[in-house]
Write a protein that binds this ligand. Structure first.
Ligand code: MOS
Length: 745
């Protein structure tokens, strides 16, 4: 008897190759005759390139080719869609315009990385430069309604109770109102692994080893840029060193590697430097929010008005966060965007809109609780949302399985919330003020159709394969766990395969691979359907093949159990069977997904609790405790799931205390484009984190019952810290990060 392992704490199956260094990341690939491309980037933020002098660079040792707008690699624009909205809208080198500081204006290809870098330093560029429009705050007055994109993002939502004519009227009728403005700086993903690609052509086909969250979408985007058919591009991406949305879409370095390799008929590797990553790939937009809450004296919300400004429609706090948090009869959410600034591209970054919106909303709820003399948890329970808000009454569907109330209860008990004194500055320890704060996280749960290939092999193993990526999220192990349980065999006999655009993919968002915290939710339930078809194929083979010990039986007489077929009084393991029939492998590829329409809204939930200590004289904030109680449905791998929540909390609390990309308004340059000046949490900043999962499988969501986790820890984390800082010090910080100077004023 083999016990199911789903829901237990399973070691990562890719762990050994990662810790021993055997795992090959994109930049580790080194085919024969490899050449190295180095990016040349602009040193002004706006203007036109008048001339480029390559005489010194061209004479530099080892140089093979230099591409510039005068001698470009031809690349097409992407067809309109998500890729243009959230990825590289304009391929580099196609004109002489400079649109931001650090834009790619050249690619030097040489025999070694160092030679390419040396030559790139010798390229001199003459610009006709303009003063850039680079101040986000300076563009607030000019922000405009976003153009229609086909997505709900950026479109205003107005929900008003019967007889109410405007959100302002509803606010005026409230017993208590509270308004705050909240500012978050631009931020960068800063994954450990940089963007890197190695491209090699053969017979009109290109294989690209590239760090990506979605090999299939990546291949389609590269094909469109190169003007070749989708089958001509294969993307291989077995291991990814972090993505956070930064590797969801295709960025110019990969396109240049592919195009240069075609031109030179030699493999080309392009690895971005840490500094280049700040400009040649997308980032999270700065966001400015103005939020007004109107409540009755008993704490129930009467009106919520949430207006935001960002550089990108994907940072839409009203739609992504406020629609999903609290009950209110009147709600307005609106977004304007600052179009036409001379800044690098924006893209999705872990919980876009949800993270930024939850900071404002959860800070404001903390403030409202104090104003009303209520416990912050009681205020949230008084406004518990059971049906999603929607401007369209038909969209007001109940949440499928929501146990956020239990998250509050269990989290509070584990954290010791009852010990919190609501009076700021009430608790101290020597020179440190001690404070506690909490916040809610809600993350819409998505699932797409996935195609999975399950094959039995003659060596007694089974492979489970699909085209998605593991950017540290645990997808290798998800496939191994689901394969082992579905086939009833030990995990050691399951061979997962991912990270290749040639593997089966599925439809909808599955094409994009690991995004939107939906990969496990998409892939895990699809393994069962594929396994059933593979077993049917195995039984068919067993009763029809002349060398099979079960040949001649009726398929209905044969039973599969734990890797073994039994029928007619005979028993044979699948490895034994395939060996006997001299068959290498056999199985099925099956696509399955959610029904087209469903009577529910799906989301994952958490309650985060944070204790901070703020130094009385220096204003330094240290986190001393973090607790998170999570309702994400069933858990596939407890170990990796916990790891994801911890990662999200580290991410979100980093936003609270440290992270910011500083744009110099006068030059458009990112002043701290390196990991010495862009501050990130290190291990010493992180206390022990207590993560608790409620186990309530969401069977309305999928047969497996597992919803998304990846972005959940990030949402609300910054507010939990800011609320704890307020409780410690009596100072409410509404502009992140919470640096010491802000607490010393
Ligand atoms: Mo996530 S921002 O969808 O990679």
């Amino acid at each position: 008897m083999i016990a199911p392992i789903m829901g237990t704490a399973v070691d990562r199956v890719d762990g050994p190759v990662k810790v021993t260094g055997a795992a090959r990341y994109a930049a580790d690939v080194a085919p024969p005759h490899l050449t190295h491309g180095y990016l040349v980037t602009s040193t002004v933020a706006a203007g036109t390139i008048r001339g480029i002098d390559l005489s010194a660079a061209g004479r530099s040792p080892g140089v093979i080719a230099i591409y510039t707008p005068d001698n470009p690699l031809r690349l097409n624009d992407q067809p309109p869609g998500l890729s243009t909205l959230l990825g590289e809208a304009r391929p580099p080198l196609q004109d002489h315009e400079v649109r931001y500081h650090g834009q790619i204006i050249g690619l030097v290809v040489a025999a070694s990385f160092e030679q390419a870098r040396d030559a790139a330093a010798l390229v001199t560029v003459d610009y006709d430069a303009r003063t850039p429009n680079a101040s986000f705050a300076g563009n607030h007055d000019r922000a405009v309604a976003p153009p229609p994109t086909g997505l709900p993002l950026g479109q205003p939502v107005d929900i008003l109770a019967d007889g109410v004519s405007s959100i302002d009227e509803a606010l005026r009728a409230s017993d208590v109102t509270l308004t705050g403005t909240y500012d978050l700086p631009p931020r960068h993903h800063n994954a450990l692994e940089p963007h890197a690609a190695v491209a090699m052509w053969r017979d009109g086909q290109v294989t690209i080893h590239s760090a990506t969250q979605g090999p299939s979408a990546h291949a389609l985007e590269i094909a469109a840029a190169l003007g070749v058919g989708p089958d001509a591009v294969r993307v291989v991406s077995p291991h990814v060193g972090g993505g956070f949305g930064g590797k969801a879409f295709t960025w110019a370095p990969t396109l240049l590697a592919a195009a240069a390799a075609r031109e030179l008929d030699r493999p080309v590797k392009v690895v971005t430097t840490r500094e280049q990553l700040f400009t040649v790939t997308g980032h999270r937009s700065a966001v400015h929010q103005r939020l007004t809450l109107g409540a009755r004296a008993d704490g129930r919300l009467n009106a919520v008005k949430h207006d935001s400004i960002s550089e990108a429609i994907v940072e839409d706090p009203g739609i992504r966060a406020t629609l999903h948090f609290y009950a209110t009869p009147n709600l307005h959410a609106g977004l304007r965007i600052t179009a036409g600034m001379d800044l690098p591209r924006t893209t999705i970054m872990r919980a876009p809109g949800d993270e930024t919106g939850s900071f404002a909303l959860e800070s404001a709820m903390d403030e409202l609780a104090e104003r009303l003399g209520m416990d912050p948890i009681d205020l949230r329970l008084a406004n518990y949302l059971t049906h999603a808000h929607s401007a369209d009454p038909a969209g007001r569907l109940p949440y499928s399985s929501k146990h956020l109330d239990e998250c509050y209860r269990v989290g509070a008990r584990r954290f010791g919330w009852h010990r919190r004194d609501p009076q700021p500055r009430a608790a101290s320890d020597g020179d440190w003020f001690v404070g506690m704060g909490m916040a809610t996280a809600v993350l819409g749960a998505a699932r797409a159709e996935a195609a999975i290939r399950v094959h039995f092999h003659a060596d007694g193993t089974a492979s489970v394969a699909t085209s998605t990526a593991d950017l540290g999220t645990g997808m290798w192990t998800v496939l191994a766990v689901m394969g082992a349980d579905s086939l009833g065999i030990p995990i050691s006999r399951v061979r997962p395969a991912i990270g290749d655009s040639r593997l089966p993919v599925g439809a909808g968002n599955a094409i994009y691979g690991a995004i939107g915290s939906a990969a496990t939710a998409t892939v895990a339930p699809a393994v069962g359907a594929a396994t059933r078809d593979a077993i049917t194929a195995l039984i068919h083979h067993a009763v029809t093949h002349r060398r099979s010990p079960l040949q001649g039986l009726d398929p209905g007489e044969v039973r599969y159990r734990h890797g073994t077929l039994t029928g007619g009084g005979r028993t044979v393991g699948f490895g034994e069977l395939l060996t006997a029939t001299r068959t290498d492998n056999l199985g099925a590829t099956t696509a399955s997904g959610p029904p087209a329409t469903q009577p529910h809204t799906f989301a994952s939930y958490a309650a985060h609790f944070c204790e901070v200590r703020v130094h009385r004289w220096t204003g330094e904030t240290r986190m001393s405790r973090l607790t998170s109680a999570v309702d994400a449905g069933a858990i596939v791998n407890r170990k990796a799931a916990r790891n994801q929540i911890i990662g999200g909390l580290v991410f979100g609390t980093g936003a609270a205390l440290l992270e910011a990309s500083h744009v110099e308004p006068a030059t458009g340059r990112i002043a701290n484009a390196n990991l010495a000046d862009y501050l990130l949490h290190v291990n010493a900043d992180i206390p022990d984190i207590d993560v608790h999962f409620l186990d309530h499988p969401d069977t309305a969501f999928s047969a497996v019952g597992a919803r998304g986790i990846g972005e959940l820890g990030t949402i609300g984390a910054a507010a939990a810290v800011a609320n704890a800082v307020y409780n410690a010090t009596g100072t409410r910080i509404r502009a992140l990060p919470i640096t010491p100077d802000k607490l010393l004023q």
